[in-house]
Design a protein around this ligand. Structure first.
Ligand code: KE4
Length: 427
C-alpha cells in the first residue's frame, strides 16, 4: 500500500510539532515505521491521505463507539454549532448530560464535566485528598490515568516503597505521594495499607486494565479493593475513561456490581469531542467548588457542542447495543484464537465487551504488568504492519487494546480474521 503522502506529511509535521504528533502513541514508536495520516472515517473504516482504506480498531482511542461519522452525532453537532459553540454560562444540555450520567452509572450521584480524561483523574485525586485530608494515593503498575504529575509514577523497588517519577519534570516529592502495586494483587494492596493505611487518600485503577493491553480483574479483586478502602477510610476511584459506557451500559462498575466512591469518564462520553467527567458519592462531590472548597474549574467544561455530541452518542446506546458489540467482540477474539491455534502460534487473547488484546506469549495467561512485559512485542509489531498492509488498522502499540464498535458487523469481523490468519501464517 503506497503511503507517500502520509510520509511527506509526517516529515512536514516534524518541522512544527514534537515528534510530528499531538500525542506520543500516534507516532508508531511502539511498532516502527511512519504513522498513517487519516483523511476521513465512515463507520468501521478510515481512509488515509493516499486513499487507502482500513478497518479501524483504534476508534480515536475509544470514543467512536458507534463507528466514524455516526450520523446522529454529526447531526447533533451541526445543529448545536448553528446555535453557537459555547457561552461560558450554564446551559440546559449540560443538565441533560449530568442527569443521563447519574441515571446510568451506578456509583455516580453527582458529576462534574471536564475536557479530558487527564483532567478528570487529576480532579478526582485532588478531591479525594481534600475530602480525606490525606496525601498518598495508590495506583497499579501498567494502569494509565492520563499525564497529571501524581499519576506519572512507577514502582520503586517493591510495593511498600514510594513511587519514582517516570517522566522528567515530575518532582520527586510529588511522585513520593504515589504508591504502586501489581494489578490483581490484593495481598500487595493489603500490605501497603498495613503500612500506610491512615495516610492513603485513595486507590485509583482501571477496573479493566486497557493501557497494558486488556486485562480484566481477577474474581474478587474489585470487591477486595472496596473492602480494604472502606476499612481504612480511603476512597476507591474507578477510572472508567476507557470502559465507561463501553463494557456495559453503566461501565465496568455495572458489569462487576461494585460501585466505587468516585468514577472518572472520558472518550465515549464526548462522542468524539473533548469531554471528560468525574463524579461519585454526593457527600464527596459536595466538597467541589463552589459547593465546597476543593477548587476545580474549566473554560470549556460542559461546552454545549461537546455535550451535544456526547449526548447523541449516549442516547444511541439502546438496550440491544451492548449485546451486539459483545457478540462481535467474541466473534473476533474467538476467531483470532482459532487462527493462532491453526497456525501454531502461542497467544493469549483477553477480551471484554467492546475491547480486546492479543499477546504473543506461551505463558497461557496475562493478568499483570509483569506478564505483559514478558510478551513478544516484536512479534506484535510484525503483526501490526502485516495487518496495516492488508487494510486493518490495529493499535500501533502492544500495550493498547483493539476497540470494537457498533459498526463492526460480521462481514467486517470476518474480513479482519482473514487478514489475521494470513499475517500469522507469514510470521
Ligand atoms: P486523556 O487525557 O487522553 O483524554 O485521557 C487519559 C486517560 C485516562 N484514563 C484512561 C483509562 C485512559 O485510557 C486514558 C487515555 N488513553 C490513551 C490510550 N490508551 C489515550 C491515547 C493517547 O494518549 O494518545
Amino acid at each position: 500500500m503506497p503511503r507517500t503522502t502520509s510520509a511527506a506529511l509526517f516529515q512536514r509535521a516534524r518541522g512544527s510539532t514534537p515528534g510530528g504528533v499531538n500525542s506520543p502513541v500516534r507516532a508508531f514508536r511502539g511498532v516502527g515505521g511512519d504513522p498513517v495520516f487519516i483523511a476521513r472515517g465512515d463507520g468501521a473504516h478510515i481512509f488515509d491521505v493516499d486513499g487507502n482504506r482500513y478497518i479501524d480498531y483504534v476508534a480515536s482511542w475509544g470514543p467512536m463507539l458507534q463507528g466514524h461519522a455516526f450520523e446522529p452525532v454529526v447531526a447533533a453537532v451541526r445543529a448545536q454549532a448553528e446555535a453557537g459553540l459555547g457561552f461560558g454560562t450554564p446551559t440546559e444540555i449540560e443538565v441533560e448530560m449530568a442527569e443521563t450520567v447519574v441515571q446510568r452509572v451506578p456509583g455516580i450521584e453527582q458529576v462534574r464535566m471536564v475536557n479530558s480524561g487527564t483532567e478528570a483523574t487529576m480532579s478526582a485525586i485532588r478531591l479525594a485528598r481534600g475530602f480525606t485530608g490525606r496525601d498518598l494515593i495508590l495506583k497499579f503498575d501498567g494502569c494509565y490515568h492520563g499525564h497529571a504529575d501524581s499519576l506519572l509514577a512507577k514502582a520503586g523497588s517493591g510495593v511498600l516503597t514510594f513511587g519514582l517519577p517516570n517522566s522528567p519534570g515530575v518532582p520527586a516529592g510529588t511522585a513520593r505521594n504515589t504508591l504502586t502495586a501489581p494489578f490483581n494483587d490484593l495481598d500487595a494492596v493489603g500490605a501497603a495499607f498495613a503500612r500506610h493505611g491512615e495516610d492513603i487518600a485513595a486507590v485509583i485503577l482501571e477496573p479493566i486494565a486497557g493501557n497494558m493491553g486488556c486485562i480484566p480483574p481477577d474474581d474478587g479483586f474489585l470487591a477486595g479493593l472496596a473492602s480494604i478502602t472502606e476499612q481504612h477510610g480511603a476512597l476507591l476511584i474507578f477510572d472508567e475513561v476507557m470502559t465507561g459506557f463501553r463494557v456495559a451500559p453503566g461501565g465496568a462498575q455495572e458489569l462487576y456490581g461494585i460501585a466505587p466512591d468516585l468514577t472518572t469518564l472520558g472518550k465515549v462520553i464526548g462522542g468524539g469531542l473533548p469531554v471528560g467527567a468525574f463524579g461519585g458519592r454526593a457527600d464527596v462531590m459536595a466538597h467541589i467548588a463552589p459547593e465546597g472548597d476543593v477548587y476545580q474549574a474549566g473554560t470549556l467544561s460542559g461546552n454545549p457542542l461537546a455535550m451535544a455530541a456526547g449526548l447523541a452518542m449516549l442516547r444511541s446506546l439502546d438496550e440491544t447495543f451492548h449485546a451486539r458489540i459483545g457478540k462481535a467482540t467474541k466473534r473476533l477474539s474467538e476467531g483470532v484464537r482459532e487462527c493462532a491455534a491453526r497456525r501454531g502460534v502461542a497467544v493469549v487473547v483477553n477480551d471484554v465487551c467492546g475491547m480486546f488484546s492479543l499477546f504473543f506469549t506461551e505463558a497461557g495467561q496475562v493478568r499483570s504488568y509483569s506478564d505483559v512485559v514478558a510478551c513478544d512485542t516484536e512479534r506484535y509489531a510484525r503483526l501490526f504492519h502485516a495487518l496495516l498492509d492488508a487494510g486493518v488498522y490495529w493499535a500501533p502499540s502492544a500495550f493498547e487494546v483493539a476497540f470494537v464498535s457498533g459498526a463492526h458487523d460480521d462481514a467486517v469481523i470476518d474480513a479482519t480474521l482473514t487478514a489475521v490468519d494470513e499475517a500469522l501464517a507469514n510470521g
